[in-house]
Design a protein. Structure first.
Length: 298
């Protein structure tokens, strides 16, 4: 156990050192993200746009300028995370192979790269969230941070996979840049106003983009659509009518009577068991339709 932990810490330290020596990635983090956000803020239109949020199931009205800032931030962190993890994996691939052949545990090498990805995710998320909050007060900063972290983890993981599979740096750069560009363009409500394509939910940035856009402009809790079999899973209880305990027949009669409908009370006897249930209900007294929020739930 101690040998495995030592192997992990050594590999983790070398992986972090490799990231810090990636000067291009450090420069992109320091200058590319704030510059892009500032340019969008200075040049994009300030008119309002309306887009459908699948995270809320409603239409959201937001500023085009701020919407592009959110999409640009997701694009920036996804590109940087994918680039950093690809370079770290690709440059160390031959050395990792030699270490594994020499007896170094393969699982610890992979765990070190994933641990470094978590560190990069935390730092990039805090940095980008701070830049966005300097631009305008986000409605739900915590949810926006979670969306940024999800985008970084998604493309950081793809960068690690590309580092093992692709044969040259040019291929990796092209895959990371084009994948993030197409993904963000399809998720942005500015470049894709409809946003109703069936394949959108299969893209890596679908969840992060929907969550970030909804949390940036609304205070409503995020809820992604569920299967229709869920029934009332969309309901949060704030608009539900509650009923007091009573016989179902009497409750139906009370509701129908309140709506002005004619309810027939001439019902045939259904046997001794049904008569016993009606007698038990009658002993409780008449059913009562309570105002919303005051009755007891079933």
């Amino acid at each position: 156990m101690r040998h495995q932990w030592t192997a992990f810490t050594v590999a983790f330290g070398f992986t972090l050192t490799g990231h810090l020596r990636n000067r291009l990635a450090m420069a992109m983090i320091a200058f590319f993200i704030p510059t892009w956000i500032y340019l969008v803020r200075a040049t994009a239109l300030n008119k309002n746009i309306t887009f459908n949020s699948s995270a809320l199931g409603i239409d959201v009205v937001a500023s085009m300028n701020r919407t592009i800032q959110v999409s640009s931030s997701l694009h920036a962190v996804a590109v940087i995370a994918g680039f950093m993890m690809f370079m770290a994996t690709f440059s160390a691939r031959d050395m990792d192979l030699r270490l594994v052949l020499a007896g170094y545990p393969r699982l610890q090498l992979l765990a070190a790269k994933l641990g470094a990805l978590l560190v990069v995710t935390a730092l990039l998320t805090c940095y980008t969230l701070g830049l966005l909050r300097l631009s305008w007060p986000l409605a739900q900063p915590g949810a926006v941070a979670a969306a940024l972290a999800a985008a970084i983890l998604a493309y950081g993981g793809l960068g690690i996979m590309a580092g093992y599979l692709l044969r040259s740096e040019l291929e990796g750069f092209f895959v990371v840049v084009m994948a993030t560009l197409i993904d963000v363009a399809m998720q942005s409500p500015v470049s894709n106003p409809a946003g109703d394509q069936a394949f959108l939910s299969a893209l890596p940035l679908y969840g992060p983009a929907q969550a970030a856009l909804a949390a940036s402009f609304t205070h409503t809790a995020l809820r992604f659509p569920r299967d229709a079999a869920g029934g009332d899973s969309w309901s949060d209880g704030s608009h539900e009518r509650t009923f007091d305990h009573g016989c179902p027949e009497e409750i139906s009669a009370g509701v129908a009577g309140a709506c002005g409908a004619d309810v027939s009370h001439d019902r045939a006897e259904a046997g001794d068991q049904a008569a016993g249930r009606r007698a038990g209900c009658a002993s409780r007294g008449p059913a009562r339709l309570d105002p919303p929020g005051r009755g007891r739930r079933w």
